[in-house]
Design a protein around this ligand. Structure first.
Ligand code: CMC
Length: 438
């Protein structure tokens, strides 16, 4: 972060002129520092949805939404997908550097050591009703971790930060697989020391006493790629939730649980499941153009799920990778999915339509990933859980960065537009007179 002293914005408020420093980020992004605004003018700013607000300084992830660039700690995601594994990316996000051999060994050891769920917690799974959404099970279970691992005050967690981070990244994977096994009425499969992070997850999901799971290296490679492209996305809704909740010095488990709840919404991580439901609906109907018309119709609540993004005003680089993987993985595995053809037709129709062109609405990360999860055998109600598993290192990295900064409690202001005190006094006055008459 650089502050160019000669660069500032001039603001005139009720005749008083003040200078606001212009902050320039390491990739040239500009921001106006308004941290002294209320002190100097008694005014606040209003920015619903925080469309123009940078909530913090961060060194983790860089996005250029106009050019379609996404980098973790400076590295392009395309490069990371080609050259490293998800666990390396998790380490990179949390620790700031790619691991060397010994760091990678230590990190894997920590992930292994922390992969088991407290046996008493396992019984919790039996008490959720059949059909409970796994995102709800996951957020509940993570919140409950504070009861089983009680060293959760901020100091203890910060003093053992590597363990705290490794535990949450590793154990959530086990919980996700257990939640799935519970939902299909099969016995749980425990994590194995000899398997890599993604292979372990696939094995816990699909192995069974009567049908041993054969781990395919192509499936592991695909899952690594999917996890890498979801691993972080700077101040998105769930990460902001993590930072807001974490700023109250809440323990890491409660903080991550809040992130998972935020992610579950259909406008955020829940969109990958919504995309498949939409594609199936379009496939059954057969008329792509009808749904394009519906998406443009302001009197209809229907939106093209998996399209549009708050930051990307061009093709989402993650969607580009997912689309490429659809061609590659489906061809190599021999799996065919008629929904891929529907998705291609929807994209083609939307991308030549002026409504989508004018509003710069392109496929986002969720448009093609559901097709890939289906190809891996992941059931639809687990799609958002997959997103959550992948996003964990990002949330943990932001939490760690936040507690390392002297960040203040997040507490926005508002502009009150309700009944005035004088109006309320007059109202209550009338009531007391009426009460007296009775
Ligand atoms: N289908 C139809 N119209 C759309 C869509 C869509 N998917 N997305 C945006 N628009 C229109 C919107 O109606 C508005 O039109 P107008 O200017 O005429 O009022 C304009 O485009 C701008 O949309 P917005 O809702 O003001 O933009 P936003 O930045 O607030 O919303 C979004 C971003 C992702 C919530 C939105 O594009 C959307 O609802 N997309 C569908 C849900 C989805 O795919 N979500 C996953 C997002 S990516 C994963 C993640 O990071 O969580």
């Amino acid at each position: 972060m650089n502050q160019a002293p000669e660069n500032y914005a001039l603001l005139t408020v009720e005749g008083k002129e003040i200078q606001l420093p212009l902050i320039i980020g390491s990739e040239g992004e500009k921001g106006i520092d308004i941290s002294g605004l209320r002190r100097d003018t008694s005014c606040v700013t209003i920015d619903p949805g925080f469309m123009n607000t940078a909530s913090c300084y961060s060194q983790i992830t860089y996005i250029d939404g106009e050019k379609g660039i996404l980098r973790y700690r400076g590295y392009d995601i395309q490069e990371l997908c080609k050259k490293v594994m998800f666990v390396d990316v998790a380490y990179l996000l949390v620790h700031g550097e790619l691991p060397g051999e010994s760091e990678r060994r230590n990190f894997s050891r920590q992930l292994n050591l922390n992969s088991m769920i407290h046996e008493d917690m396992r019984r919790f799974f039996d008490n959720f009703p059949q059909g409970a959404h796994p995102m709800c099970i996951l957020s509940t279970m993570i919140n409950a971790m504070a009861a089983f691992y009680p060293q959760v005050d901020l100091k203890s967690m910060a003093d053992n930060i590597d363990d705290s981070c490794a535990r949450v990244i590793s154990i959530v994977r086990t919980m996700a697989a257990f939640a799935y096994k519970k939902s299909i009425g099969e016995p749980v499969v425990y994590p194995r020391q000899d398997l890599s992070y993604c292979a372990n997850f696939l094995n816990m999901m699909f192995d069974s006493p009567v049908r041993p799971y054969v781990i395919s290296p192509e499936a592991v490679r695909l899952l690594n790629t999917l996890f890498i492209i979801h691993a972080d996305h700077e101040q998105n809704c769930s990460t902001s939730a993590v930072r807001v909740i974490g700023s109250a010095q809440v323990n890491l488990y409660a903080t991550i649980s809040a992130g998972i709840s935020a992610l579950s919404g259909p406008l955020h991580g829940g969109a990958n499941q919504a995309v498949i439901e939409m594609l199936r609906m379009i496939q059954e109907d057969g008329d792509v153009e009808k749904f394009i018309r519906l998406a443009k119709d302001k009197s209809s609540p229907f939106r093209l799920m998996g399209f549009g993004h708050r930051v990307y005003k061009t093709y989402d680089p993650r969607a580009e990778i997912a689309k490429m993987e659809c061609e590659k993985y489906l061809a190599s595995s021999g799996y065919t999915d008629p929904l891929l053809d529907v998705a291609r037709r929807v994209e083609e129709a939307a991308r030549k339509d002026s409504y989508f062109i004018d509003r710069q609405l392109y496929p986002n990360v969720d448009f093609y990933t559901g097709i890939l999860y289906r190809a891996l055998g992941i059931p639809e109600n687990m799609f958002t859980v997959m997103f959550a598993l992948a996003r964990l290192p990002g949330w943990v990295a932001h939490w760690k960065e936040m507690i390392g900064d002297s960040t203040k409690l997040v507490r926005p202001r508002q502009i009150y537009m309700g009944r005035t005190g004088d109006e309320a006094k007059r109202e209550i006055e009338k009531r007391s007179i009426a009460a007296h008459l009775i």
